[in-house]
Design a protein around this ligand. Structure first.
Ligand code: PGA
Ligand code: ZN
Length: 427
């Protein structure tokens, strides 16, 4: 039984305040989790409660922390920690709003995740093993999706596209995927330095994108894959997060770098050309979150060639995943626990994705911390893919390093590698 719940203010990778919750049990066990924070958020995701005003640029979370300590804690004390679903339902009821704006998505997810950690501690299991047994899943080592250049809202909108990433489905092991990614990251850095384009890193640690077009970034990334001794499209593929809601909607898109406004068809045409020309195997949010027709048309045109991930479009919401399947928009879902606001809702989204045949990618946010819960979730659920940001900065590397440690666990199945991806779009 839960005996004590305590929240406090800690700080994230952007130096912004965030919520950490501890859940203590009568037997002395405890669980702890920290809320991450997004910068390019979907309009339908759970919203963080920030204090506003002048203090800390309005970003403080005293209200959210107080909500945990004063409103959530009293309702949780005495409850069975293994009843994650019941506890999450109660948190949702106490909040009572659609987007968790009363208690705050940050307060909710830190508390919900800390409960999951406490349950794992009660069962004397590592989190991944608790998740696998609680949700009846076969744990696997995920395929990492790693950012090489950061753009969009994470890099002062220097380029329109938000993430230029690589995946190494051709690697035999997780370790090998890390090594190849490291080579690509370093090769990309060398190219930037040689061209006098070295300007530090973006929010998630990918190289700051000093490019004069989105396409130049794609060319450079392809070159970096070659310089790393790989044949682009063989073992290593490119993955993009367009995050199109950041620069457009169903009525039109304004690509700063292309210096022209385009409509949905124009966007699809540009992306289609990139897919033709570069070894792109995955695209996230190709069109804006309100552009249902655009997402449908894009999926119709390229759904058999590339993985099409809904992030802002699906906001880790089971209902939206089911609707997208009916609409034939996207073929994969990004699972961000704080978009949902509770662990149970995030897992429900993952289960809905399985039902409709969508792949799932467990994902970090651009604002992260040392919390490695998502590594355990992706492994424990057997989600198959994990997106964390780049290959630098410890809030990112902590997640990859946790995967490396867990490779040694016999009960964790093989590295996903190309397996579930093969025969569809990779090769
Ligand atoms: P965010 O972006 O965490 O800043 O919202 C990440 C993403 O779009 O995948
Ligand atoms: Zn995204």
């Amino acid at each position: 039984k839960i005996s004590k719940v305590v929240a406090r203010r800690v700080w994230d990778s952007r130096g912004n305040p965030t919520v950490e919750t501890d859940v203590y049990l009568e037997n002395g066990a405890m669980g702890r989790a920290i809320a991450p924070a997004g910068a390019s958020r979907g309009t339908r995701e759970a919203v963080d409660l920030r204090d506003g005003g002048d203090r800390l640029g309005g970003m403080d979370v005293q209200g959210a922390v107080a909500n945990v300590n004063e409103k959530l804690a009293p309702a949780m004390i005495g409850r069975d920690v293994l009843d994650q679903k019941g506890i999450d339902a109660q948190l949702i009821e106490i909040d009572g709003t659609k987007l968790k704006s009363a208690i705050g998505g940050n307060a909710m997810i830190a508390t919900s995740l800390a409960t999951l950690h406490a349950a794992a501690a009660y069962n004397e299991k590592p989190l991944w093993a608790h998740v696998a047994s609680a949700y009846g899943r076969k744990p696997t080592m995920p395929l990492p999706e790693i950012q090489i250049f950061g753009g969009g809202a994470h890099a002062g909108r220097r380029v329109d596209v938000q993430d230029f990433m690589v995946m190494v489905p051709g690697a035999e092991t997780f370790d090998e995927a890390m090594e190849i990614t490291s080579n690509v990251y370093r090769a990309a850095g060398k190219i930037m330095a040689k061209r006098g384009h070295m300007a530090g890193v973006a929010d998630e640690g990918g190289w700051w994108p000093v490019f004069s077009s989105n396409e130049e970034a794609l060319e450079t990334l392809t070159q970096a894959i070659e310089d790393a001794g790989e044949v682009p499209g063989e073992r290593v593929i490119i993955s993009l997060d367009i995050a199109a809601s950041e620069f457009g909607n169903k009525d039109g898109y304004k690509l700063a770098l292309e210096d022209r406004a385009i409509d949905t068809d124009g966007m699809i045409e540009i992306l289609g050309k990139w897919i033709e020309k570069y070894p792109i195997a995955s695209i996230e949010d190709p069109l804006a979150e309100d552009d249902v027709a655009g997402n449908q048309a894009f999926t119709k045109a390229f759904g058999d060639k590339v993985q099409i991930i809904g992030d802002d479009y699906l906001v880790t919401n089971a209902e939206l995943v089911r609707q997208a399947a009916k609409d034939k928009a996207c073929n994969a879902v990004l699972v961000k626990v704080n978009q949902a606001g509770t662990v149970s809702e995030a897992v429900e989204t993952f289960e809905a994705a399985n039902e409709v045949g969508y792949r799932s990618i467990v994902s970090a946010r651009s604002g992260e911390t040392e919390d490695v819960s998502i590594t355990h979730l992706s492994i424990g659920l057997g989600a198959g893919q994990l997106k964390v940001g780049s290959f630098t900065r410890s809030e990112r590397m902590a997640k990859w390093n946790e995967c490396i440690r867990l490779q040694e666990e016999k009960e964790i199945g093989a590295f996903v590698g190309g397996e579930p991806l093969k025969n569809t779009w990779w090769k």
